[in-house]
Design a protein around this ligand. Structure first.
Ligand SMILES: O=P(O)(O)OC[C@H]1O[C@H](O[C@H]2O[C@H](CO)[C@@H](O)[C@H](O)[C@H]2O)[C@H](O)[C@@H](O)[C@@H]1O
Length: 354
């Protein structure tokens, strides 16, 4: 880790960045290295001085491969003819900007109104890494479906053609008296996750700046405020804890290490589950649009690519290797996209659904 940190510094100093980026764009095998480099620069809080001048140049060429969903909006709507549009949205970095305190990642009233408008015309779900309760408390809309803990806690419609008579499904009623089915495929792991929460708090108590977030079926170990020199120690603590919990693994997000049960269930599975329960198992009838900014959203992008349906859209202001077809620069562009979609829905969706 230290060695790679040094390598990252050499990049800054020598300008190898340009060469590296051009290789990573040309060859798929460089994807992993490119991602590693990105994570490391991020982990070490490094900003490449050359990067700022190069970003625009690369962003412009990257945009050719992942065109703006705003400029492609009309084409997307034309492709939805005769199909039901369904909307899937990530939360952090998509509906709310990334902020330094995870407890204060509020969504603007404008964004809330745009999501509400969209949900009037199209089935809409939020698929987040946060706990379902937490993401609901940020969004506060009863009109949308919620999937928390990276898809391991789904509150969706009652499936029409599937039995929910097992230990992992239960019925619930929201504040308005509407009935939903909750699906929690990682339910058996709850006691162990609680144990790991205590253990991780203990293991990180001497590392300044760590914040551990209980996302119910997974844990987020935030290191945004951890000193560079302490990062490696924290990562080692997570890794050595996982040795005693072999049914869990670690994934990485934006300045966060995430501890998740290894049940082969991610945001992509949640997307498929929701499409299925919404009655869209036949890909000819539906046009799903999924918008997300993080690596965990790539699982959902991949599902749409493989099904050959809909539009995966990445939120990023930097060029990034992605399975998404389209892009939006930041949450403010997400807001513009959703606002347009809501207006378009008001004029068209009813005739399409009929
Ligand atoms: O799937 P998401 O809804 O995007 O959730 C992923 C993680 O998002 C949150 O952390 C990220 O956003 C924070 C607030 O902007 C930021 O401070 C943090 O550095 C980011 O990693 C959330 O706190 C995590 O629990 C989620 O797993």
């Amino acid at each position: 880790m230290v060695l790679v940190g040094v390598a990252a510094k050499i990049y800054e100093a020598t300008g190898m960045e340009r060469w590296f980026l051009s290789l990573s764009r040309k060859y798929d095998s460089f994807e992993t290295i490119y991602k590693l480099r990105h994570d490391l620069l991020d982990a070490h809080h490094l900003t490449n001085p050359r990067e700022s001048t190069m970003v625009d140049e690369h962003y412009v060429s990257w945009l050719k491969e992942h065109p703006s969903a705003l400029s492609s909006f009309q084409r997307m709507m034309n492709a939805s003819k005769g199909k039901q549009i369904a909307i899937f949205l990530d939360y952090d970095g998509t509906l709310s900007p990334i902020v330094s305190d995870p407890e204060r990642a509020f969504m603007s009233d404008q964004m809330r109104a745009a999501v509400r408008d969209v949900s009037k015309h199209f089935p809409t779900a939020i698929i987040s890494g946060r706990s379902r309760e937490k993401v609901y408390n940020f969004v506060k809309l009863n009109e949308v479906y919620y999937s928390g803990s990276h898809g391991m806690d789904i509150m969706g419609p009652t499936p029409k053609n599937k039995s929910c008579d097992d230990n992992y499904h239960h019925k619930t009623v929201n504040e308005e008296g509407n009935e939903f089915i909750v699906f929690q495929p990682a339910k058996d792991f709850l006691p162990e996750i609680q144990q790991m929460l205590i253990e991780m708090n203990e293991r990180s108590k001497n590392i300044e700046g760590v914040a551990i977030e209980d996302n119910r079926f997974c844990l987020s170990v935030h290191y945004r405020h951890v000193k560079d020199e302490d990062y490696e120690r924290l990562e080692q603590q997570v890794e050595s804890m996982l040795v005693n919990h072999p049914e869990f693994h670690m994934t990485r997000g934006k300045k966060v290490l995430e501890i998740r049960p290894s049940i082969g269930w991610n945001k992509g599975h949640a997307l498929e589950y929701l499409l299925d329960t919404l009655g869209f198992d036949d890909s000819k009838n539906v046009l799903p649009i999924y918008i997300g900014d993080d690596t965990t959203d790539e699982d959902a992008f991949k599902v749409l690519r493989e099904r050959g349906e809909g539009y995966p859209i990445l939120v990023s202001s930097k060029p990034r290797k992605t399975m998404a077809f389209h892009s939006l620069r930041d949450p403010s562009e997400v807001l513009s996209f959703l606002t347009r979609l809501g207006r378009w829905g008001a004029g068209n969706a009813d005739s399409i659904q009929a």
